[in-house]
Structure formats: C-alpha cells, structure tokens
Design a protein around this ligand. Structure first.
Ligand SMILES: [Zn+2]
Length: 504
C-alpha cells in the first residue's frame, strides 16, 4: 500500500508530465499534418518522374526528366520541411506514433541524399550525362567525353559530401543506404576470406589445364562465364517469356491479370539488361527488357513489380520511390527482385520448364558450386572499382581496375582489358552495384525458408505468394534487416549462403 505522501509526490510529478505529453502531441499533430501535405506532393512528382524515366527507357514517348526534377528540387529544398526534419530527427524516439517516427527517419535520409543529388552543379552534370548516354537514333557520344564528365560528377559528389561533414561520398552513401560503411567493410573482408582458398584452387587448376605460368583475365572470365551459363535456365522454344512469367506467378498463387503491369522488350542503353519501374506505387508497374534476355531477367524485373504492387502502406515517403537515394533500401529491393528470379533456379521449376532431369540439375548445381567463389569475387571487383574511384578520385581508373583484378581475381599479369565509365548506372544509381550480390544472398535465404515451410514443391504451392506478400506490404516501415528477420526468422545469414554453394 502507498502512503499519502507518495501519492501526492506522484501527482505533482504526473501533472507536468501530462502537460508535456499533451504539448508534444499537439506538436507531432502539426508535424503530421505538414508531412501529409508534402508527401501528397512528393508522390505526385515521383509519378511524373517515373513516367519520364519510363519514356527514357522504353522510348514510348518524349522523356522530359527536367520538369519533375525541378519540382523535386523545389520540394526538397523547402525550408519548412527541412526545419521540421532537422528538429524532429534527433528526438524522433519521443514520437509515440511509430509510423510517423519512421517517416521522420526516412525523410532525414531522403533529404540528406537530396542535398547531394539536387545540388545545382551535381544536377547539371547528371542531366548532361543522362542526355549523353541516351540511345537516340543509334547515335552515341564518344566514351572519352563521357568518362571525363563522369569523373567531374564523382568529384562534385565527394565535395558535397565533405561539405555535409562526411569523409567522402562513399561514407555518406553507405550511412544512408541501410548497410553502414563499417558493416559493409566487414562483409567484404569476410567474403574475401571465405572464398580465397577455393578460388586459389580454381586458379591453380586452370594454370595446369591450360599449361600457363601466369593466370590471366581470360581465365577469370572463363570461370564467370561458366557460372552464369549454368545460372540461366535454357527454356525450349515453346514458351514466350511473358507467358512463363505469368505461369510461374500463377503456380505460387499470384494472379498476374489482376495487376496493372506491362512488360516489354527493347534495346536499352549500354549496361542495362532490364529496367522495371513502379510509376505509381502500388498501382502501375512497367518493365522493359533489352533484347535477348532470358527468363531470369524477366522474373527479376517482375519481382520489382511484386514488391511495389503489393505495397499497402499509404504514406508516400514509406512507399519507397527510388528516385532519391535514401528513400528506399536498394539492397532489399534488389533482394525482392532476385527472390522472384530465383524461382527459375528452383529444381522443380527447372524440371518442368527447362525439361531437365534430376541428374542434370545435380550436375548443374555442382558446376555452380565450383565457380561460386569466382562469382563472388568477380562481384566484389565489379562494385569495388566504383567505390575505389570515389575513395581515390585522382587515381587513374585503369590502375584501380588492375589492382582489384590482382587482389580479388588473382590475375598475375598487367595485361588487363579495363572498362570505361560509359554506364548510366554510375550516373543515375551511384554506388549501387553491391546490391546485386546482397540480393543474391537475400533471395537464397528466403528460398531456403520457403523450402523449410512449404517443402520441396514450394514453387508450385499456391500459398507461397501469400507468404511472400509480407516482404512487400509494409514498404519502408521496417528496416531491411527487420524485414528479413520477420520473414525468415534471422538476419542476413552469410554463412548459410556460402554453405548453399558448398563453400566452407
Ligand atoms: Zn533490379
């Protein structure tokens, strides 16, 4: 029993606390009303920009990227918006409404990225490059002028990141993409360690087989070629890709005909295999695939579609529009796309559509296991060359590529064919390429969970679609790590991924 004194003391404490809570509630109400208005506008512009990018890639209409970008610029530099987020972000834990709390956090990330991408000089360099890289009437800009302009953009992004208090753009980007710079470095180190010995063994074997003293780039490309050849199903001519997409979805209980979705085929800019765009989340998905892509690319883009079409959160900043880095979690988005693509690697699916026997499937998996260390190390080189360029913008790009080829692919000669910076991904999606390796891991983990929950025949179980919806429906409300825990019971499991490919 409590004494009167205690009761009095508690009432005195409770009264002002009550007032504080009330006034805090009034303030968050104001914040919420403001964000509701700004997010309606934000979504409208996102739809306009998505439509413009759709025209850019599909060629279905004149792509006016500038008008919506200028509207974005006005909105993202809005003082009231910036003041609200600056005030509330540090004390967001005081906001009891967890959706509003998350909206503040996502706005913080979005505005931070926007400070870089919507800086006047950076925007101009980006716009110029996008124009130079657009495939128009078969004419292309010279790659030297593109590379020079690209280097200029890299330096501008670095400088802006430094003005904002970061070491450089890599640090800003990784603090903002849900991965974290330290986590990412550890991740690369672990993968390097785990794959080094099996990769070395491959190199030694190749040197013996080809009777060469120095391992060269050709050897490394052969490994990768063998990995990809076995990772893309060969489907007999009787299926159209689009029909196979529809059927694969129907098999897991997803009815394509209920979507507003459109998938087409067309020549795309260099470096792009397919481009899926949620023009309006969750209402309008379209994807364009470059010529001759196989079913796994179609299913990948369709996976982006599922991610957006089943999104049922109705706060635009949590819907994950992809136009400003920081608004979405690209590693997870690519993970959702690859989760869909991985159905084309499922043994039961391969038996039915690629008409493979159990023995052929087993043999194919063994080949994949053999070359998986090369695939992982090749992926690392692929994204590290861009990261290293941001970290050392004065180092020649060729030199960076040679060093990485030596470190990760164990190439023993300097005779290495290097690449230029002639790729739209470096312009529109900076520091994005690591997401594809993470996506492979996410997809692997989700498919292992599907197998555990629904058995070996899960690619033909009508309840699977429903199960997958949980990854899509809450948009950016949960962090990507939490989404993975909610759906699979654990965080990203790198060890299980390596074990899948028999790397120990
Ligand atoms: Zn993708």
């Amino acid at each position: 029993m409590q004494s009167t004194f205690h009761f009095l003391k508690r009432s005195i404490i409770i009264a002002p606390l009550f007032l504080i809570i009330l006034s805090c509630h009034a303030q968050t109400h104001e914040l919420e009303t403001f964000l509701n208005r700004i997010e309606t506008e934000y979504e409208q512009i996102s739809i306009e920009l998505g439509t413009a990018y759709w025209y850019f890639y599909s060629g279905e209409g004149e792509a006016d990227l500038l008008t919506p970008k200028n509207k974005y610029y006005a909105l993202l530099t809005n003082d009231t918006l910036n003041n609200y987020i600056q005030t509330w972000y540090p004390k967001r834990s005081e906001i009891t409404d967890t959706i509003l709390q998350r909206r503040v956090a996502i706005w913080h990330n979005t505005l931070l990225s926007a400070k870089v991408e919507y800086d006047a000089d950076i925007m101009k360099a980006r716009n110029d490059l996008e124009k130079m890289l657009e495939v128009k009437d078969g004419k292309k800009e010279s790659s030297d002028s593109i590379s020079l302009k690209m280097l200029e953009l890299i330096k501008l992004r670095n400088k802006k990141a430094q003005d904002l208090g970061f070491k450089n753009y890599v640090h800003l980007s990784f603090e903002n993409n849900g991965l974290g710079y330290d986590w990412f470095n550890q991740f690369i180190e672990n993968l390097d360690k785990a794959t080094l010995e099996p990769y070395k063994a491959l190199v030694e074997q190749a040197k013996k087989d080809r009777n060469i003293k120095q391992f060269d780039q050709r050897g490394a490309y052969q490994f990768i070629g063998l990995f990809y050849a076995n990772n893309s199903p060969k489907i007999p001519g009787k299926y159209d890709n689009i029909d196979l997409v529809k059927e694969s979805l129907a098999n897991i209980g997803i009815d394509y005909s209920t979507f507003h979705a459109q998938l087409v085929e067309k020549q795309l800019p260099a470096g792009v295999g397919g481009q899926g765009i949620m023009l309006n989340i969750p209402m309008d998905f379209r994807a364009v695939m470059t010529l001759g892509m196989d079913i796994s690319v179609w299913m990948h883009e369709m996976g982006h579609g599922l991610h957006g079409l089943f999104n049922s959160i109705d706060h635009p900043v949590l819907e994950g529009y992809e136009w400003i880095p920081g608004n979405s979690t690209p590693a997870f988005s690519e993970g959702m796309a690859e989760t869909s693509a991985w159905f084309t690697r499922n043994p039961q699916w391969l038996k039915k559509y690629a008409q493979m026997t159990n023995d052929e499937i087993k043999k194919q998996q063994e080949t994949l296991n053999t070359y998986a260390p090369a695939f992982i190390r090749f992926s690392i080189v692929n994204f590290m060359k861009e990261i290293e360029l941001y970290l050392n913008p004065d180092k020649p790009y060729e030199e960076i590529q040679i060093e990485l080829a030596k470190k990760y692919l164990l190439i023993e000669t300097d005779k290495i064919r290097t690449q230029n910076l002639n790729d739209i991904i470096y312009v529109s999606y900076p520091l994005y390429l690591q997401n594809y390796l993470l996506a492979d891991m996410i997809a692997c983990q989700i498919h292992q969970t599907l197998k555990e929950k629904f058995g070996d025949e899960y690619a033909f179980n009508k309840n699977v679609g429903n199960y997958l919806e949980q990854f899509y429906k809450d948009g950016e409300y949960y962090s990507w790590k939490q989404r993975l825990i909610n759906g699979t019971g654990k965080e990203l499991d790198i060890k299980a991924y390596l074990e899948f490919y028999n790397i120990k």
